[in-house]
Design a protein around this ligand. Structure first.
Ligand SMILES: NC(=O)C1=CN([C@@H]2O[C@H](COP(=O)(O)OP(=O)(O)OC[C@H]3O[C@@H](n4cnc5c(N)ncnc54)[C@H](O)[C@@H]3O)[C@@H](O)[C@H]2O)C=CC1
Ligand SMILES: O=C(O)C(=O)[C@H](O)COP(=O)(O)O
Length: 388
């Protein structure tokens, strides 16, 4: 069996090596010809497998039977076209959701520190309350932060069932929140399409002082309209991990946002390996084989397993310290600037992602609370840390 794998898929040998002959290719070079000659293709989100690619790959004598993406987002893959040709498909729902939440908190706590405010004084709006948004909501609740949630597909599906969290519409959320976190998939058509969900009109409506953070998909925000608001009034702050036209993103917009990163919000080692393992398990199921490899056997011990906190820290400072022990968004912001200036935008953007330093999730951290710091236990436990 011939298995084509994106060169950025970690643990590919361990996961797929025993199942067939592995061919590693850069994700952007996996095209119709590569698909046609493979039985199995394992990608991440940069490989476009749209209808034209699928039809071209399946014309003539194609061996393709299974496509897997080791990512949450499935927008680059036309799953209906694959199904039409009888090709199985698997993704990795939720695999890196914890990492995205670490990214969001690292960004917001960095911004708060830089601009001299407390996150606990702000009301946060979450747009898209799925695996990422729901985890973010739980962690913000552990910090005592008030949240509004907007998710029309969920609101419709769940109605007013008892216990179902209350959802608001997007314009209410924009009007009532100081921080807006976007975690929607890219949906190009239909009643809940998300392309340019934040269009010129909605961007104009943002109150001065608002923070807009996008870690969903770049096309969900109209980049030109955001650039115009940041250049013109310059009275809001933006944090962008995802961009229109990646990897050749708008350099002027990059220079205007407070935190600019190269689509790495979900790039924890835990999240990436979970993604590889989820697709490995799905492929084993498809092939009727037992999945013997465990996720734990792939994950190394964390380099910073334990942190000691003394008394006297404000809760947000304590959390910032814990987060920075495992992940600091400022490193990724700096590396995008450096690499894109040295190598040019597209090459620099991709270089940061290809050479990404190992990063672990906050939940891998054990925190020892000394005398006077014990009251931080509920907060840190709510973040997923082990506390003693
Ligand atoms: N920046 C990064 O590194 C990463 C980005 N992502 C992106 O984040 C997206 C969300 O991830 P998950 O939460 O795991 O996905 P999910 O599928 O679990 O949740 C997405 C939620 O968005 C909601 N939604 C759909 N259309 C909407 C609309 N018009 N308005 C408001 N809500 C809407 C859905 O109902 C669903 O609840 C992914 O689809 C992916 O594109 C995911 C992982 C990493
Ligand atoms: O999981 C997703 O969805 C993502 O956006 C990925 O974290 C992006 O990773 P790459 O596919 O760009 O390596």
């Amino acid at each position: 069996m011939r298995i084509v794998v994106d060169a950025n898929v970690p643990a590919a040998d361990a996961c797929f090596g025993e199942l067939g002959e592995l061919i590693r290719l850069p994700g952007r070079e996996i095209d119709a010809a590569a698909l046609r000659d493979a039985d199995v293709v394992v990608v991440r989100s940069i490989t476009r497998i749209d209808e034209a690619v699928v039809d071209a790959a399946m014309s003539g004598k194609s061996r393709l039977r299974f496509v897997g993406t080791c990512t949450i987002g499935t927008d680059p893959v036309d799953t209906r076209a694959l199904a039409r040709h009888g090709v199985s498909f698997a993704s990795a729902p939720g695999c890196n959701a914890e990492a995205v939440v670490d990214y969001v908190l690292s960004s917001l706590l960095t911004l708060a520190e830089r601009q001299g405010w407390q996150l606990s004084e702000r009301r946060v709006g979450i747009v898209g309350v799925g695996n990422v948004g729901e985890r973010l909501r739980k962690r913000l609740a552990a910090m005592g932060i008030e949240c509004l949630a907007c998710d029309p597909p969920r609101a419709e599906a769940e109605g007013a069932e008892a216990g179902v969290p209350h959802f608001v519409d997007l314009d209410t959320l924009i009007d009532e929140c100081d921080v807006l976190c976007l975690h929607t998939p890219l949906v190009r058509e239909g009643p809940h399409a998300t392309r340019h969900l934040f269009d010129a009109q909605r961007i104009a409506r943002l109150e001065p002082g608002t923070v807009l953070l996008n870690a969903g998909r770049g096309d969900c925000v109209d980049g030109l309209a955001l650039r115009q608001r940041l250049t013109g009034l310059g009275d809001i702050s933006a944090v962008l991990d995802v961009w229109e036209s990646e990897p050749k993103i708008d350099a002027a917009l990059r220079d205007l946002v407070e935190i600019a990163t190269p689509h790495i919000a979900g790039y924890s080692m835990d999240g990436k390996l979970r993604g590889s393992h989820q697709v490995y398990a799905a492929l084993c199921r498809y092939l009727g084989l037992p999945a013997r490899l465990t996720l734990d056997s792939l994950l190394p011990a964390p380099p910073v397993p334990r942190l000691v906190l003394d008394g006297g820290l404000e809760p947000e400072d304590a959390l910032r310290r814990c987060l920075r022990a495992v992940y600091d968004v400022r490193r990724d912001h700096d590396s995008l600037y450096r690499e894109s200036r040295q190598r040019g935008m597209a090459a620099g953007f991709d270089a940061c992602r290809a050479d990404y330093p190992p990063r672990r999730e906050l939940a891998t951290l054990e925190v020892e609370l000394r005398e006077g710091a014990r009251e931080l236990a509920p907060l840190l436990e709510g973040m997923g840390c082990r506390v003693d």
